[in-house]
Ligand binder design. Structure first.
Ligand SMILES: Cc1cc2nc3c(=O)[nH]c(=O)nc-3n(C[C@H](O)[C@H](O)[C@H](O)COP(=O)(O)O)c2cc1C
Length: 194
């Protein structure tokens, strides 16, 4: 199994989201030592959003079936992963923009999905996606990060979506370490059956 970890935990070692990801992956690796992990580090990337020229070029290349260039490397890596883990803090009701730019790079027609007479059909190999996030307050009905990736699973043809969240971590009167421990336990439980 090839596991792709997309790390958008922008605060690096300080990140509580990354600590939950690490707990999950440590447990998962102990149970599946044969699986191969690849990481895309969104926190240090010079990926650019698609401007008019690049967007047109990409559409032309996909229409011509020329999707083997460097421009498509991230999309192939994503589409070929067996399981995908995304770690991203809750920023401005969703997640850091660097992650959205990465998504632009992987959501390629004919690699991640295709159009059919019956609508969009996902082409990604992954059977599972896990989204791990933490927030300063409570996300409530505005958990747009998890909701967005749940929606993308539908586009990519990934049947199972799971998410783990650690909420209210910036409410200083709360015992945030205790809240984190709860998220760690949830992560380790899920790792046993994921
Ligand atoms: C740029 C930015 C935007 C944020 N937006 C929100 C927000 O909309 N709602 C919220 O509850 N917390 C928000 N927070 C707080 C973070 O979600 C919270 O601190 C989270 O635990 C950060 O994760 P990390 O420790 O992995 O970096 C924001 C923090 C930053 C730096």
């Amino acid at each position: 199994m090839k596991i792709l970890f997309i790390n958008a935990c922008m605060r690096g070692k300080e990140s509580r989201t990354l600590r939950i990801c690490d707990k999950f992956m440590k447990k998962y690796k102990s149970l599946h030592p044969e699986d191969i992990f690849e990481e895309v580090d969104i926190t240090h990337t010079d990926l650019k959003p698609f401007d008019a020229e690049k967007a047109q070029e990409r559409i032309r290349l996909t229409e011509e079936g020329k999707v083997d260039g460097e421009m498509f490397d991230l999309a192939h890596q994503f589409a070929n992963a067996d399981k995908i883990i995304i770690g991203a803090p809750y920023w401005d009701y969703s997640f850091p923009s660097a992650l959205k730019i990465y998504i632009e790079h992987v959501s390629v027609n004919t690699i991640a999905y295709k159009y059919t007479e019956r609508g969009l059909a996902g082409l990604c190999k992954a059977r599972k996606m896990l989204y791990i996030t933490t927030s300063g307050g409570f996300m409530g009905e505005f958990a747009f990060g998890a909701d967005y990736f749940r929606g993308l699973c539908n586009l990519y043809g990934i049947p199972q979506f799971d998410s783990i969240k650690g909420e209210a971590l910036d409410i200083i009167t709360f015992d945030t370490e205790k809240l984190l421990q709860k998220a760690f336990a949830e992560a380790e439980d899920l790792a046993e059956k994921w």
